[in-house]
Design a protein around this ligand. Structure first.
Ligand code: MN
Length: 722
């Protein structure tokens, strides 16, 4: 097991005079809370956070990151709490530990490969502080190094996740050495046979090529010197996984992969890089299409270098990278190399230039056209406009911020959206207006009876959901308007003992056209919407029939076309009892908000312009002044179990506990309180306003009687608003 002093020594190599008390404290604390825990390898658990902290120190990170590395598993795996961490080590450390803990709670269990891009984005979106990801990478790196102690199936799962998620993250953050190591370790566990075979062969080949590598390095250095350029030349074997990938991609045996070694020329200035490139190309013939200038066009992760492939001294392909020392540092360490300077702990004029790196990065990323380009993420809020959530199957879905379970339901399927009645997030029921959070597992509860409502238009955020809800409402409105229009006209016919069934079959279309409607259905829909009254329709019909009778006296009574049984029943009922009030969700029949009628109340309907029929209590003051021609009889047709909101007012003497006592009485009467408001009047009385859900008027009466019996209640009654 490594010792804390190794970590502190490592820190002192790049922060020579820094006070490392924070790290020492974190070490002592971590040792205390992890005491007695053992890793699968048999080592004390503490060895893991120590190794992670050392990796972070090798990445030259700041003190809070290293302290967080020592503490990263304490909240998840021990009795330590986040509050305690915050108190002892400060907000910075606590925030990183919290972020890492949250990441470790996500379980990716299906189709990681297909979902990888979204998962990577989700990880970024969840990590408000980039240091969270750096600690997570160090954690993963050490876990991969000790993967052999895991069980077989776990090894494969973790290696797959590492290859698909974490190695690309390291790559996009520009931390090349972590990316290479993660890839090679994943490769080893995912394709053990191929790995062993390739390792053996590559080692043999590199052995044979040692002399060759030295020769090429010398040759390059000499040629550069001839032109007055001093440089370092490196010949580095490529990592195994990149060779493996190339063999797979091009379907080549190892013998035909020549560029196992990448040569790197490191110079002082950018200008020298281009000069060196010219020299290389004059020495060896470049392979067309393989030259890339990442100096003038850096990669999104800030990587800068010139790449070329040439035909080398023995006719083999040879990859050469040309860059400055500074670029080399960025290429090796990526964003980690610059973290310290961002923190501003040591800003000398010389370092100031590097401090600009992040600012420059921000500038550059503005110019990036591809929204997936990773360094979008360098901002503190990595993806401010997106949120990533899971399906119960573990698929990741992307939504705009503020999206709700309704958006999620429509993203699954239109039918799931239409029948969405509720949602569970992380196993708990949430309201439909709940705002989805990164990492939520969302499950939609559907019911075949459930249907969209207009309110959903305020809740949904995605255009997919909005379009589908609007379409549903429009279709549904047409259908309901048609039914309502039929009901209304049928009643008018019944009143005059005229034959409505015959009208539908015989004269309807003609009447519709003479009233400027394309079809009879359009006319009936217009009646339903209140655009034309049933009286007007009937009058038109009467005139037409009268004319017809004059013209063709002998016309026999047309045989009645049978209506469908259901429709005939419904029409007969409507003619007798008035428009059926079926359910409060009916788009074309609304309950008046002013007087909140409930089943059992004496009610009357009013045909509004464009919103169907509104139902009021007969004694509602609003309906009294309205156009009598538009009034229509209505009757209740209840669905079992449906409840209706009703407004209640309660006056009490203003004493403590009245609200509780009255609420209690309402609950005891099985009423569900939707809203409660209190106004204290100047005379020391209190006025309560409630919205209570009840089944019908007798249920309401029971509740009102219950409230009356409460001591201190002076008056209770239904409220009506103008
Ligand atoms: Mn860990």
């Amino acid at each position: 097991m490594i010792r804390i002093h190794e970590i502190i020594d490592q820190v002192h190599t790049y922060l020579p005079d820094v006070d490392t008390t924070l790290i020492e404290k974190a070490y002592v604390y971590s040792a205390k809370v992890h005491a007695g825990q053992v890793r699968l390898s048999g080592e004390p658990y503490l060895s893991h956070p120590l190794e992670v902290a050392l990796i972070l120190a090798k990445m030259r990170l700041d003190l809070p990151s290293i302290a967080a590395g020592l503490l990263h598993d304490t909240v998840e795996d021990t009795l330590a709490t986040l509050d305690e961490i915050r108190e002892l080590f400060g907000q910075d450390v606590a925030q990183i530990v919290d972020g890492v803990t949250k990441l470790s709670k996500i379980k990716f269990h299906s189709q990681i490969h297909k979902q990888a891009e979204n998962i990577r984005k989700m990880i970024l979106a969840m990590s408000k502080d980039l240091r969270v990801i750096l600690v997570k990478l160090a954690d993963r790196l050490h876990n991969m190094r000790t993967l052999e102690y895991q069980k077989e199936h776990k090894r494969v799962r973790i290696a797959r996740e590492t290859l698909d998620i974490y190695a690309p993250l390291a790559s996009r953050l520009g931390i090349d050495w972590i990316k290479r190591e993660l890839e090679d370790l994943s490769f080893k566990y995912l394709y053990p046979e191929e790995y062993d075979e390739l390792l053996e062969k590559v080692e043999a080949k590199l052995g044979q090529r040692k002399a060759y590598v030295e020769e090429v390095k010398d040759l390059i250095a000499r040629k550069m010197a001839d032109f007055g350029l001093s440089c370092r030349v490196l010949g580095r074997p490529k990592h195994l996984y990149s060779i493996f990938r190339k063999m797979k991609m091009r379907n080549l045996p190892l013998d035909e992969i020549y560029d196992l070694i990448a040569f790197r020329i490191i110079l002082k200035t950018q200008k020298e890089c281009y000069e060196a490139l010219g020299i290389v190309h004059s020495l060896w013939k470049p392979v067309p299409g393989r030259f890339k200038d990442y100096i003038s066009l850096p990669k999104a992760n800030m990587y800068q270098s010139l790449h070329t492939t040439v035909i080398g001294p023995y006719g083999e392909k040879m990859e050469i990278q040309i860059r400055t020392e500074e670029m080399d540092k960025v290429a090796r360490e990526g964003i980690a190399a610059h973290w310290l300077y961002k923190e501003g702990t040591i800003v000398t004029p010389e370092k100031q230039k590097q401090f600009d790196w992040l600012n420059q990065l921000r500038e550059w990323q503005k110019e990036l056209k591809d929204p997936r380009e990773f360094l979008d993420s360098v901002r503190m809020d990595l993806f401010p406009n997106e949120v990533y959530v899971f399906t119960p199957q573990g698929d990741v879905k992307e939504f705009p911020r503020g999206a709700t379970p309704i958006d999620f339901a429509y993203a699954i399927h239109t039918e799931v959206g239409h029948h969405c009645m509720g949602a569970k997030v992380n196993g708990k029921m949430v309201p439909l207006k709940y705002e989805l959070q990164n990492g939520d597992v969302v499950e939609i509860i559907t019911s075949p009876q459930h249907a969209p409502s207009r309110d959903w238009l305020k809740i949904a955020k995605t255009s997919r959901a909005l379009t589908r809800i609007r379409h549903w409402i429009k279709t549904e409105e047409r259908e309901r308007s048609l039914n309502l229009g039929k009901d209304l006209v049928a009643r008018e016919f019944k009143k005059h003992r005229a034959n409505f069934s015959e009208f539908l079959k015989e004269q309807g279309e003609e009447v519709a056209q003479s009233l400027s409607y394309k079809t009879l259905n359009d006319l009936l829909i217009a009646v339903g919407y209140g655009k034309i009254s049933p009286v007007q329709v009937f009058k038109k019909y009467q005139r037409m029939v009268a004319k017809g009778e004059e013209a063709v006296q002998e016309e026999e009574g047309a045989e009645l076309e049978e209506l469908s049984e259901d429709e005939a029943k419904r029409l007969a009922q409507s003619a007798q009892h008035g428009i059926a009030i079926q359910g409060i969700d009916n788009i074309m029949v609304h309950l008046g908000k002013c007087c909140t009628p409930v089943p059992g109340d004496d009610v009357i309907g009013y045909i509004t312009r464009g919103r169907g029929v509104t139902v009021h209590r007969s004694d509602c003051t609003n309906i009294k002044n309205l156009d009598p021609d538009r009034k229509v009889e209505v009757s209740w047709h209840r669905e079992p179990g449906e409840t209706y909101p009703v407004r209640l007012q309660v006056m009490t003497s203003d004493k403590k506990g009245m609200l509780a006592a009255v609420s209690n009485a309402i609950s005891n009467g099985d009423g569900n309180i939707k809203e409660a408001k209190v106004v204290t009047t100047p005379d020391q009385n209190a006025m309560f306003h409630f919205v209570v859900e009840v089944q019908d008027s007798s249920h309401l009466k029971k509740i009102i009687n219950g409230i009356r019996r409460v001591q201190g209640v002076n008056w209770v009654g239904r409220a009506s608003y103008a």
